[in-house]
Write a protein that binds this ligand. Structure first.
Ligand SMILES: [Zn+2]
Ligand SMILES: [Zn+2]
Length: 254
């Protein structure tokens, strides 16, 4: 739903450029952490903190861009999605298709994200833990394996295996940080905001200010607002994440 009512809050070309550049920036820092950790320039703790914060910020930039740019409009690296969360992962185009389905059939059995939303805590948590592999298998079962997806999958698989072979112990520590961060974010961004008290739907996630302020400092406005005002995002998916609180207030005042 995107009425013109809140058009002044819609994300535009400059926002798309910002999210696109942020994907590059966070991807570079995440890879930089791996290189620095392999060479002993960063401790495990520092590598884990920086990588984890960047994965969380990267995730929301990735999501915000889904609503603004088609895969064909983006560069190869962004379409590839080179962060090795899994040996078998999907790229930008596939995740954008999945996300479109999530907005159309939100939290219903037909939602392609249903496996990590519905069925209670444990089922959804298992879905979040296995998100990459399940999304990969489910996407191919539904849409088939195109030549492009096959090529991109092989590139991602080679990247994963190559990095693992370069420095096995360091890679596994770094990968665990990436993966655990993804699982936590995924669980909050799908199950927590779409399942409450046994009911599926789309819910806001109010945070007390003592929690919200440090989160904003660490993760930025986009991450915090896109999560807290997820219901507003579903009603107005073109509204930029940073404007979601303003739109929520305007809606409430009606
Ligand atoms: Zn959602
Ligand atoms: Zn969305």
């Amino acid at each position: 739903m995107n009425s013109d009512e809140y058009k002044s809050y819609h994300a535009g070309d400059s926002d798309a450029l910002e999210y696109h550049l942020k994907l590059f920036l966070f991807t570079t820092i995440i890879y930089g952490c791996f290189v620095a950790y392999v060479n002993g320039w960063l401790s495990l703790a520092v590598m884990a903190v920086i990588s984890s914060v960047c994965v969380t910020r990267w995730l929301i930039a990735f999501h915000e861009l889904f609503h603004l740019r088609r895969a064909d409009d983006l560069d190869f690296i962004t379409r590839l999605q080179p962060i090795p969360f899994s040996p078998f992962g999907l790229g930008y185009h596939e995740y954008q298709e999945i996300h479109k389905g999530h907005h159309v059939n939100t939290a219903s059995a037909d939602d392609p994200d249903a496996f990590h939303i519905r069925g209670g805590f444990f089922r959804a948590f298992f879905g979040a833990v296995t998100q990459h592999e399940q999304a990969f298998v489910r996407y191919i079962a539904r849409h088939g394996l195109s030549r492009e997806l096959l090529v991109m999958t092989l590139i991602r698989l080679s990247l994963f295996v190559g990095l693992l072979l370069i420095a096995p112990a360091a890679f596994l520590a770094w990968w665990l940080v990436l993966r655990v961060t993804y699982i936590i974010n995924d669980f909050v961004f799908f199950h927590v905001v779409h399942y409450r008290g046994g009911e599926t739907g789309t819910f806001s996630l109010p945070l007390p200010s003592w929690l919200m302020h440090p989160f904003v400092v660490i993760y930025g406005f986009d991450v915090v607002y896109a999560t807290m005002y997820h219901d507003t995002h579903h009603r107005h998916s073109r509204v930029a994440a940073r404007h979601l609180p303003s739109v929520a207030v305007l809606e409430y005042a009606k």
